[in-house]
Design a protein around this ligand. Structure first.
Ligand code: 8YV
Length: 318
């Protein structure tokens, strides 16, 4: 074990790609928390030595764990979302926090459009219809809904919202958005009120950051305004949508459809959704391509390396 001496010790809360894990192993003594049956006592056994945490955007790390680690210096998030880490608490503890912006923007926007197309055009329904032999038996298949040329509302016009808008332009969509404030350099229509945006949209794509400021802003009134023909897509965080309201709106036909990559209490998904042809479900996979997960992992590595070399962090949050 003497070769490991001197390497900073790191707690990996969520797995990363094998290529990235190998590079982490080369530079750090990595403790894989996700393999441990009793995480708390595992952390306890090495707590005084841990100097870094690597975790996912959705998973983050609790303050309880942070407070078990007196020597913690940096939390490197393998994701863009910082809502699962208490940034203020990190600041107070003088712990640096980094994330992986930009490298995943395109993939997340791609999945947003894919979910919209899948929900509107009922791709999964058509797929099942073929596989289950219903086409062959001449069973009926209802027509789907057109996407091109429709009105798209985007909730949150950051990097990902803008990348979605770019793609939607290619579909000839009329694009409007809401955010805390309008962005002057954007040609899209700014609608300050989310319920109004929903009432003026055929489709709503949620691309806002998670956290207390956006908690359940897509509420029952917004879903009602989107209406029985409307489709909601969420590639942001489950917490941004009032999930029980969404489920009942879908079940009762007050909302036309949904494409969901994220949920309030992952990996728990409301079972009512499993029965609905009008819902397309994904297991939080918007950034889950080989190319992007490698790029995210490389950025995690660069942030950690910069920190331990005493250099400026490439993508610091705190
Ligand atoms: C990842 C994410 O799935 O970027 C984020 O905030 O939630 C996703 O890209 C996640 O970080 C990997 O766990």
């Amino acid at each position: 074990m003497s070769g490991l001496q001197g390497k900073p010790e790191l707690l990996m809360i969520e797995p990363v790609m094998p290529e990235i894990a190998a590079k982490l192993d080369a530079a750090y003594q990595v403790h894989r928390l996700f393999r441990e049956p009793d995480p708390k006592s595992f952390i306890g056994s090495m707590a005084p030595r841990i100097r870094a945490i690597v975790t996912g955007g959705g998973t983050g790390v609790s303050n309880d764990v942070v407070d078990m680690l007196p020597k913690l210096e940096i939390i490197a998030i393998n994701g863009v979302g910082t809502d699962a880490v208490d940034l203020e608490h990190a600041r107070q503890r003088s712990v640096r926090v980094t994330n992986t912006p930009d490298v995943l923007t395109e993939d997340v926007a791609d999945l947003g459009i894919a979910l919209l197309l899948a929900a509107a055009r009922r791709l999964c329904v058509g797929d099942r219809y073929v596989r289950e032999g219903k086409w062959h038996r001449g069973e009926k298949l209802p027509l789907a809904r057109k996407v091109s040329g429709k009105r798209l509302g985007i909730v949150g016009m950051g990097r990902i919202g803008r990348a979605i808008a770019c793609r939607a332009e290619g579909f000839g969509m009329a694009i409007a958005y809401t955010d805390i404030r309008g962005v002057d350099e954007l040609a899209y229509r700014y609608v300050p009120d989310l319920t109004q945006l929903a009432s003026e949209s055929d489709f709503l794509i949620v691309a806002a950051s998670g956290g207390p400021q956006s908690r359940r802003v897509v509420n029952q009134a917004v879903l009602e305004a989107l209406g029985p023909e409307g489709i909601l897509v969420n590639i942001a965080r489950g917490t941004v949508v009032d999930e029980p309201a969404l489920v009942s709106a879908l079940v009762e036909g007050r909302l036309g459809g949904a494409g969901l990559d994220v949920f309030e209490d992952e990996p728990i998904v409301p079972e009512e959704l499993f029965e609905l042809d009008q819902a397309v479900l994904q297991p939080h996979r918007a950034s889950a391509t080989i190319e992007t997960r490698i790029a995210m992992g490389e950025l995690v590595l660069r942030n950690l390396a910069a920190h331990f070399a005493g250099q400026a962090l490439p993508t610091a949050v705190v």
